[in-house]
Design a protein around this ligand. Sequence first.
Ligand code: SF4
Length: 139
Amino acid sequence: MIDRLVRWARRRSPWVLSYNTGGCNGCDIEILDLFTPRYDVERLGIIKEASPRHADILVCTGPVTRQSRDRLLRIYEQIPEPKWVIAVGICACSGGIVSDSYNVVGGIDQVLPVSMYVPGCPARPEAVMDAIVRLTETI
Ligand code: SF4
């Protein structure tokens, strides 16, 4: 019974943590748009969370650089189970135009299991919102 209640609450109100692993901030600005009155995703129960310990979904932007790889792993490990990862922007999906760079590991899926990919440069806020909603529908 309590499990069903927790699952219902998680599905109705996913808490989202965003992390930039080395991108240009273009996708981060689009993600921030979601929490402005224009998109207002809080009406859908989506909350922006600052601490990994309280988050359900990790939204990653940018290619994974060698410098950010360990931090990304540490953040992911701090998120309680069950947890999901969304890669936002072509950099996070595949490494993008800098994928051959000496200091780039690649896309997010080179380090973490990714549940949803949102391509684009930058990814549109509507696409990010759609990915979060679709992901919560699978919970
Ligand atoms: S996908 Fe484009 S906008 Fe997003 S982080 Fe990469 S270069 Fe910047």
